[in-house]
Design a protein around this ligand. Structure first.
Ligand code: SF4
Ligand code: SF4
Length: 336
């Protein structure tokens, strides 16, 4: 167990830039976003959570999968696998849990080499949440505010210092690169950490019972979905910021004898998502799309992976153009 002074964190991250691309929370126009550190970016440690989740660093918004070129009757294919070494600093427990959900989605029988190459080459430096946001409900989903696994290093802000716990060899390696900045922490720091987590839990005001919700969601009246759908603008913002939404579309860009295959983020909240050739759209209404999204999070994910597809980060409520508050809706629906 180690500790580091707040002022030394930036020094450490800057020193890592020699060997890694370092991604950290940065303040941009009043919002906090994960961004690769450059010489003139300043990280911020004073934030609740980032506006967007860090999923784009594992599943880029647009990604070139491979190039192809016609060779006689056949095609020559060159894959574009990203194997850059990265450190992701400051990722919250909810988002770490979202990543392990994405591991399930991109793993299994058809393992996605693009996703797993990035995942393997990225060192996860997580940050315990001592300052939850107003829309957070991670405590109900079992995904925060603390984290006990799936990190390489875990930082926790204490009164005068940051506690640093090592989860894997990968974490140990990046700590060792600038060992003089880290001092050994004594056991009393563990109690201090516990107190911080208890205090954070008390700050989380939003609570749901996801098991109850998942049972009830199956029987919600069409009328309730219709009313909720009326407020949706079909902007796709909720799935854009969601750390677990992962649907994508694939397109080939083919000019003359060569081309590229790219994939792009897509969203079940966009009208064209299920539109088929010929114009038929099985989810052509807003209520059918929102019903799908909520059931995906609380039922379909669970049926498939034994875990809920929502980690309670609250981002979809933060950004919704129609002022749809997921927790409020789920609570109302549960009492209906
Ligand atoms: S963010 Fe709100 S308005 Fe936009 S698609 Fe999602 S539910 Fe609809
Ligand atoms: S559904 Fe909303 S609260 Fe749940 S993980 Fe996605 S953005 Fe966060």
């Amino acid at each position: 167990m180690w500790k580091i002074d707040k002022g030394d964190i930036l020094k450490w991250l800057k020193s890592l830039k020699k060997d890694f691309e370092v991604i950290a929370p940065v303040k941009v126009h009043g919002e906090v976003l994960f961004m690769p550190l450059s010489d003139d970016t300043e990280i911020t440690l004073d934030y609740t959570n980032t506006l967007e989740s860090p999923k784009e660093f594992f599943l880029p918004k647009t990604e070139e999968m491979f190039n192809f070129r016609r060779k006689g009757e056949d095609f020559e294919i060159t894959s574009k696998i990203d194997d850059k070494k990265r450190v992701l600093f400051g990722i919250r427990p909810c988002d770490v849990n979202a990543l392990t959900l994405l591991d399930e989605v991109f793993g299994g029988k058809y393992r996605d080499p693009y996703y797993f190459s990035i995942r393997r080459n990225t060192t996860i430096v997580a940050m315990t949440c001592v300052q939850p946001d107003i829309n957070c409900f991670c405590d109900s989903m079992g995904t925060g505010p603390s984290l006990s696994r799936d990190f390489d290093l875990l930082f926790t802000e204490l009164d005068e210092t940051y506690l640093v716990e090592v989860g894997t060899n990968k974490g140990e390696e990046i700590l060792k690169l600038k060992k003089d900045l880290f001092k050994e922490a004594d056991e009393t720091r563990r109690d201090e950490k516990k107190r911080k987590i208890e205090a954070a839990k008390k700050k989380i005001k939003r609570r749901i019972d996801p098991f109850e919700i998942s049972k009830k969601l199956k029987y919600v009246d069409d009328e309730i979905w219709r009313k909720l759908g009326e407020r949706c603008m079909s902007c796709g913002g909720c799935s854009h910021v969601c750390p677990t939404c992962h649907c994508f579309d694939i397109r080939d860009i083919f000019v003359d004898e060569a081309g590229k295959r790219r994939r792009y983020w897509d969203s079940c909240m966009l009208p064209g998502f299920t539109r088929m050739a010929g114009g038929v759209n099985p989810r052509g209404t807003k209520e059918s799309r929102i019903k799908q999204r909520y059931n995906c999070k609380f039922n379909y994910f669970f049926e498939r992976y034994g875990r809920f597809g929502c980690v309670g980060c609250g981002r979809c409520t933060d950004v919704c153009q129609g002022n749809i508050d997921m927790v409020e809706f789920l609570k109302e629906m549960n009492h209906h």
